[in-house]
Write a protein that binds this ligand. Sequence first.
Ligand SMILES: [Zn+2]
Length: 280
Amino acid sequence: MAALSPAAPWIVAVLLGLVFGSFVNVVVARLPRMLERGWQEAYADVRGEPIAAAPPYNLARPGSHCPHCEHPLSWRELVPVLSWCRQRGRCRHCGVPISWQYPVIEAISAVLAAACYWRFGAHPYALAAFGACLALLALAVIDLHTLLLPDDITQPLLWSGLLVAVAGWGPLAPHSAIIGASAGYAALWLLATVYRLITGREGMGQGDFKLLAALGAWLGPLALPVVVLSASVLGLAAGIYLMLRRRAHSRTPLPFGPCLAVAGAVQFFLLPPIRLWPLG
Ligand SMILES: [Zn+2]
């Protein structure tokens, strides 16, 4: 059998990254609307109002379509990054510009997949870390757009971090993951409570607590001070930049989730090396 080219795993990683990046695009576009619809239905239910029948709306249905002219997209229009470039960032049917966010998310996902392979090799933890990084990417984008960090992503991220530690795939012992998760939640809850007592204003949402709990489960308690500090520096820099550009003032609510997500993702690649490599 011919030997596999050394480039093959990298190509597989990048292709996987592009495909899953496409899926992240679907999640960030649809999940907030799915949640909103769920809340409206729950509210109507509590008030005893009839719930209007509506066509299904989830991650799979309706199929991919242009958000402006609603024309269904063929596979040629769904090739990650390439379709957007080939169509020069416009819908083929109505000519309306398509956000540059789509190819950028797909490209970031491909870089994350390659980075996980580079850092962790052909090991189950590479796939697990890639999944966690994708969840962080989706959370960052959703928080930027909606100021929400949905439980539908933060909770699975937390539980999967604990399970990976229990399975012995990652660098953390199970007790480190559990202490990390608890410490992550408690640290931000404490900070937010002190901030509210001093200023009388909400500084952070519960989604931020849950996100840091999830990062604690994946990275352990020792990584948390670095994550919080670097996220705060990022948030401060972004706030100052927006105020200088007159796009924000001192009371504009700014999402902290993207800062936590970026700071956490960086830490994934700075963790101590994994010593037991079952697959070489
Ligand atoms: Zn269109």
